[in-house]
Design a protein around this ligand. Structure first.
Ligand code: NAP
Length: 292
């Protein structure tokens, strides 16, 4: 019997990576012969590792921290999203030998928001909290959708201002501004979409887990509130948003849907997202209980 077609993720460290749960779950449910493993690749070896995977017949790779920017040097082509986001989270080894870099973070997030809420950023005032890698992917996608205005706020104000400038310069018609975390009430007023891309709310540190990136009374009641943080699935921010009556969009959905977009690029098939979501929630539950 031939070996399954290899897929994998390159990260450093790699012990905590959850994407094997998504992709092996999809392969099993669909009865297709792919096998996905996590590989710990040192930063100085990312180019060699990518070429090695290509030689060994991998169909594709997920690329995660800290390699998302460095790997751009080792691709033959980049998708439009990967170019604008300045980072690659998915590699496809094409049959003609080309290595193509994609970024599925923005499109995965957008599809999940649309599916959960039936709404789209077009015409909305939007607030993004944070200005790191996840923020860049979301800011680009929000601007591409035709948001009325994008406000970016970050602990390090200059990074938010820089990202806002980049968005305005790169996406025709985009209107964006950036600043620090002061006056969030004012920044959020009238926003139809608020996205947290900071690590505030994340499990692993009690103080951080209890923190919301925005005061509860600043969350607009009619907004869609989306969190990048996926562990725990219901973060302090999403709980606060729910108390305000806002629509909430979990980070677990973003994680599954960016994986589904990568899976589609590699296999041409649709990931069974409901089933994979349940597998992810079970894995997160085990992690929180210290059982994995
Ligand atoms: P990153 O590039 O390191 O950015 C981290 C961001 O969090 C920065 O804006 C940083 O502000 C801010 N931050 C960190 N500690 C803070 C604090 N105590 N108070 C306020 N702001 C703080 O990381 P990233 O790749 O963008 O990821 C950010 C989060 O999104 C992580 O939790 C990651 O797991 C999650 N994520 C989830 C998905 C998904 O599929 N659900 C996808 C991508 C990322 P400074 O610039 O001031 O340091």
């Amino acid at each position: 019997m031939p070996n399954p077609i290899p897929l994998g993720v390159f990260g450093y460290p790699a012990g905590h990576i959850l994407s094997p749960v998504l992709h092996n779950g999809a392969a099993e449910a669909l009865g297709v012969d792919y096998h996905y493993l996590a590989y710990e690749v040192r930063p100085e070896q990312i180019g060699e590792a990518v070429r090695g995977a290509q030689s060994m017949g991998f169909r594709g790779l997920t690329i995660t921290i800290p390699h998302k920017v460095a790997v751009t040097e080792f691709v033959d082509e980049m998708s439009e999203d990967a170019r604008l986001m300045g980072a690659v989270n998915t590699l496809v080894f094409e049959e003609d030998g080309r290595i193509v870099g994609h970024n599925t973070d923005g499109i995965g997030w957008l599809r999940f928001v649309e599916e959960t809420t039936g709404e789209y950023p077009k015409g909305k005032r939007c607030l993004v909290l944070g200005a790191g890698g996840a923020a860049r992917a979301i800011a680009v996608k929000i601007a591409q959708c035709g948001a009325e205005h994008l406000e970016i706020r970050n602990r390090t104000a200059e990074k938010a201002a820089e990202l806002a400038r980049f968005v305005e310069e790169s996406i025709p018609g985009a209107k964006a501004s950036g600043g620090g975390l002061e006056n969030l009430q004012e920044a959020a007023a009238g926003c139809g979409l608020v996205v947290n891309t900071t690590s505030q709310g994340m499990w692993g540190d009690a103080e951080r887990e209890a923190a919301s990136p925005i005061p509860e009374d600043a969350i607009p009641e009619s907004a869609i509130c989306s969190d990048a943080v996926y562990i725990p699935p219901d973060t302090a921010f999403l709980k606060a948003a729910e108390r305000r009556g806002a629509k909430t969009v979990r980070g677990t959905g973003w994680l599954v849907y960016q994986g589904a977009a990568s899976w589609k690029l590699w296999t041409g098939t649709d990931m069974p997202t409901d089933l994979v979501m349940q597998k992810l929630l079970d894995a997160l539950d085990k992690r929180i209980k210290g059982e994995d």
